[in-house]
Design a protein around this ligand. Structure first.
Ligand code: AMP
Length: 195
């Protein structure tokens, strides 16, 4: 199997949300990863947007690494079609392995599990535990209220602007994805290929 050009960790909802355009964008993200020779790293489930992004990556010929805690194998309906499916002991092992396997992270719309994972890699980055790019795909303004609140955190000086600047937020996956891969410092000749 060819070595992937990059590994992108995607955090997103284990539910599909109320708007079919979320799933359409999740498909685009999966296709983009596959078409650029990349590898998806994600939570290993079939439910919601998580399943959609994995299916889209696989259908477009890409590689998928799923990492799921034993206790969630049935609840999140572990994706047996993954190129690699790792069943780990607990959530901490899952999140550590996802972070280790990724060159960059991106959060799509999701719920508290998605937020928790996104905030964890962000806090790890501000502490210097890693130096990997972190993106927020703000589809249809889904994350507008969160970004508003985060700017309020800066205004009240519980966070500095440099901390905000550690995340890249964009409404357009076609801008955000190459930006993240470039920021990861990988060789990127594959980015100039038209898809
Ligand atoms: P959600 O965004 O809530 O639909 O969850 C998305 C993913 O995050 C699912 O795979 C959940 O298993 C995972 N998740 C839920 N709770 C946590 C947590 N406390 N820490 C890390 N991941 C979680």
């Amino acid at each position: 199997m060819a070595k992937p050009t990059f590994s992108l960790c995607v955090y997103c909802g284990s539910k599909p949300g109320d708007d079919s355009s979320f799933a359409e964008s999740a498909v685009q993200v999966g296709q983009w990863i596959a078409q650029h020779g990349g590898q998806l790293v994600y939570g290993g489930g079939r439910n919601g947007l998580m399943g959609v992004v994995a299916d889209a990556t696989l259908a477009a010929g890409g590689q998928v690494v799923g990492i799921i805690p034993q206790a969630l194998v049935e609840k999140e309906w572990a994706h047996q079609g993954c190129t690699e499916l790792h069943v780990v002991e607990n959530m901490h092992d899952r999140k550590r392995m996802m972070a280790e396997r990724a060159d960059a992270f991106i959060a799509l719309p999701g719920g508290i599990g998605t937020f928790e994972e996104f905030y964890e890699v962000w806090t790890w980055r501000q502490l210097g535990y890693h130096n990997k790019p972190i993106g927020l795909l703000n589809l249809n303004g889904y994350y507008d209220p969160m970004l508003l609140f985060l700017n309020n955190v800066v205004k009240h000086r519980f966070m500095d602007t440099w901390q905000m600047d550690l995340i890249q937020s964009d409404t357009d996956a076609n801008r955000l994805l190459p930006g993240l891969i470039q920021a990861a410092g990988l060789p990127t000749p594959f980015l100039s290929q038209s898809i």
